[in-house]
Design a protein around this ligand. Sequence first.
Ligand code: BGC
Ligand code: ZN
Length: 362
Amino acid sequence: MGIRTGQAGAQLIDVPQPTEISDDQVLLKTLYTGICGTDRGIISGQLKFARPPAGSDFLIMGHEGLAEVQDVGKSVKTIRRGDIVVPMVRRPGGCLQCRIGRQDNCEDGDFVEAGIRGKDGFMREYFLDEEKYSVKVYDRSLGRLAVLTEPMKNVVKSFDAYRTVTRRSIAQCGDGSFDCRRATIAGGGPIGILFAMIFRSYGFDVQLFDRNDHLGKLSAVSEKLGIDFKVSEGTGLPPNFIEGLDVFVDTTGSPSVIGRGLEGLGHNGCMVLFGTSSGGGYQLTGDLITSLVEKNATIIGTVDGSKAHYIEALNYLSSWKGMFPGVLEDIITQEDDPENSISALNTKVTGEIKRVIKWADQ
Ligand code: BGC
Ligand code: ZN
């Protein structure tokens, strides 16, 4: 079984189980797939860049995966049968970045993404992949939490970008830590929570806001993380959250939220844009431009992540089990059977943070 989508909408289909495996391939049995805004954008028809593989009239969904290795080809060296792996989303084209394994920074758009554009995804029981795109999960005690590796690798890359660009001024505090700095995160979805966790783990004072509390779940998670959570009212941002910002991370894609964030940046402040937008606008003023210049502000757009970011993502997830007990578990609010995946893709239930599909027992 697999999930297919052509234009808008999705349906369950039979997908043949692969029978032949070539020398450099691995045969993977899907254990879990996660669902995010990208999937919902694809099946609602809103995500314009979604497309099936060349020559196919449908796309098998799923880019957040966790799988068990069933079999390996003759020349596969680093992965064995029984290993648990996270399959990478983006596969390279021919540009310079792609040729050095940095397809996340592709220069010409000639890449494909499993379950998103030009390549079938992981919402099916079995699939073939290449060794080099299968990231091994060494900490098996992560269990289903390892399905968070794929979204987390985006956060690791963004944090890496933040650290890189803020070398233009010193962000560390007197004692070398970041505990005199404040990070404000817009949007309390899975990505927003993972951003809150990474900044918190480096000592930042973290503020998180969302339009709602997801049935009290964001307050509860924030309490465990020792961060400040507020519900934003209407389009207004929590007033005390938007002054003198060191770093503002947007996961909402909302022009008005981003505009207010830019207005609130402090000296040497940094805006990290992660959320893609479904429209709207914001009036950029001359005063704001002057203030961004005078403050040495930095704006970063960031997407996807490299294989190293997947590996680091797994390291963070493992260490956070001890550092922030129970929080990763809190992110996965719902688990469904594959038979329910169409409704899971179509509708977000109240209080949902991350919804996953369980394909097989681990
Ligand atoms: C994925 C990224 C991908 C992006 C495309 C995200 O959901 O995590 O790997 O590049 O979608 O917009
Ligand atoms: Zn995703």
